[in-house]
Design a protein. Structure first.
Length: 324
């Protein structure tokens, strides 16, 4: 039946260690398809997530669905089955990991113009994308002299880690990528282009965009950095640092083990252990990057939020201001 979880997947679930059932399952997903009425899909999807104890964030647009959710094993399975039953979503794939604590504070299902915002009319990954490269083949590709490796993520994500030798466009948002490419395309003349991002979704659009710009040899990492870190032994890895993720874990390393970074309570950018020792860092209030970006009124508000979060933590509760 379309949308149902395959019996082989159910068998794999039953074989998992018993203690994994106690940890929230995190599912990162996206799928490009045509939704004629995304607004009509929102209510039933949100209601189901709330019923199943699933939290996180899902985006719906006419071009498909994108997001990350977390919850109990059965709840995640039920929501994924619902998503796979939506029009054109039978082939939806996702990447799973686990966390010791629930990484989200609530469930949000939002309607958007794009499930990942590039802002270029006509970009359509359903029409064409670059060549997918499996994690086990990625090292050989990006080590080839005629291949230029481009990180399509935002600057604050790249700051935590990237592939050895990758080009950092220094973009503040994915919307900036097309302008960066136009300004830098001559740097990559006669080069094959290999691109990567966190889970693969940005590369679906960026490879389609480059193909439309006349670049013929375009490749991207299938499953993104998360799949590479899951599959590639650290001893053989060309990844350096940690990978930023959009939940309370902030970053993960090889094996998708949560990293040592935290998130600034004001600007939400990642803060390294060294950054937390900086004199411009104040927990929940500011970090060295945003220390001059907010007024004293803002900081007073952030301090009160942080105080309320600490009180909630002392009561064994989670304050919604903790993120997610």
């Amino acid at each position: 039946m379309p949308g149902a979880v395959a019996s082989s997947e159910r068998l794999e679930i039953r074989r998992r260690p018993a203690h994994e059932g106690l940890m929230p399952v995190i599912a990162a997903l996206y799928h490009f398809t045509r939704f004629d009425d995304p607004a009509g899909l929102r209510g039933p999807l949100l209601d189901l997530c709330l019923k199943e104890g699933v939290k996180g964030s899902l985006l719906l647009a006419s071009e498909g669905v994108n997001g990350t959710i977390a919850g109990p094993r059965d709840g995640i399975d039920t929501v994924l089955a619902h998503l796979r039953a939506l029009p054109g979503c039978a082939g939806l794939e996702w990447k799973e990991s686990h966390a010791g604590d629930m990484p989200f504070g609530r469930m949000k299902v939002k309607l958007k113009r794009e499930i990942v915002t590039m802002g270029v009319p006509g970009v359509d990954p359903r029409a064409s994308v670059g060549h997918y490269v499996a994690p086990q083949d990625w090292n050989a590709l990006i080590s080839t002299p005629d291949v230029a490796v481009i990180d399509t993520r935002n600057d604050y994500e790249v700051s935590l880690g990237t592939f050895r030798g990758a080009v950092d466009p220094g973009t503040r948002s994915f919307r900036d990528f097309p302008a960066w490419w136009e300004a830098n395309r001559e740097r990559f003349h006669n080069k094959r282009i290999a691109m990567f991002c966190t889970g693969g979704i940005r590369c679906e659009k960026s490879t389609n965009y480059l193909l439309s710009q006349g670049v013929s040899d375009v490749f991207h990492l299938k499953g993104g950095i998360l799949k590479y870190l899951e599959d590639m032994p650290q001893a053989d890895s060309l990844w350096q640092g940690e990978c930023y993720v959009f939940d309370a874990r902030v970053s993960v390393g090889h094996g998708l083990v949560p990293g040592a970074n935290s998130s600034c309570g004001a600007c939400r950018r990642p803060v390294t252990p060294e950054g937390r020792m900086h004199p411009d860092y104040e927990e929940g209030v500011c970090c060295p990057v945003c220390v001059n970006d907010y007024s004293e009124t803002d900081r007073a508000r952030f301090r009160e939020r942080q105080r309320q979060m600490k009180l909630a933590e002392a009561r064994g509760e989670r304050h919604l201001g903790a993120g997610g």
